[in-house]
Design a binder for this molecule. Sequence first.
Ligand code: HPA
Ligand code: ZN
Length: 336
Amino acid sequence: MDAFLRGLPKAELHLHIEGTLEPELAFELAERNGVRLRFATVEELRAAYDFSDLQSFLDLYYEGASVLRTERDFYELTLAYLRRVAADGVRRAEIFFDPQTHTQRGVAFTTVLDGLSRALDDGEAELGISCGLILCFLRDLPAEAALATLEEALPHADRLLGVGLDSAEVGNPPERFAAVFERARAAGLRAVAHAGEEGPPDYIRQALDLLGVERIDHGVRATDDPELLARLVRERVPLTVCPLSNVRLKVFDRLEDHNLPQLLAAGAAVSINSDDPAYFGGYVGENYVATQRALGLSAHDMVRIARSSLEATFTSAAQRQALLAELDAYVAAHDG
Ligand code: HPA
Ligand code: ZN
């Protein structure tokens, strides 16, 4: 089963590139760039990955990101991620990045974007993984800052798939970003948002109705609101679920308690993703393997999850059909 799950052709739709920074690379970049970390060794840093909630993680995540300074840093980070997940059957990656985390420290937007895009080009050529970028706004900063970031990004919109919304959720409702998302969508960008990770189901509703998003990142709190869950199923809104992240950030106590089976039973379009794999104990392959095992999901369930990931991609219809055909061929080859 494990090898079958790793090989399943899949898309990763919920992955923060800054969350792929492994401690070893963090120390290497800190040294190269003359940045000081609070930790003396890789082991000490890894030992700090014991989170009580989203905020406790974000504090370390933003500190880690401070070692990223040059175009080459962003390039190396991203290419390392793509090489890692090529072995996990990832055929398409739609990657989040947080420009404000970097521009606030004086790193130019184009330094970030140039490094990321060059890695995606080289990764596509080397590994055959189709890639795209989604610019996330930090929701704990003012909407004006998000709008300024969007204006800076729009001249480069040809290198972006869309926009998203991340960082500290509770107390930072989607509604504050309605105008920013309207402007982004008017410019032809697709829209997603984190909602219903720690925040209430109403944030999911706001993301749909006020931001016009096409996918919900996390969305697990939808099971608290049967009417909303029915709507997500009816409107086939993809939910990009991140099981190992949810356990590490105490959204669920144990993987065995995750509500993914409930979401599947309701008919929701769930995919499995890694969120911030360097911090949460596993890339997308480990998320598939650990979740299947802990929840006793069937091979049929797992194929359905991989299919949902491919169906939810922001690609051309032709490319989506080709990816789905790859999945069908894989399943046919492994049947019986
Ligand atoms: N939630 C919100 N913001 C984030 C996350 C997350 O899981 N990962 C990186 N930024
Ligand atoms: Zn996330």
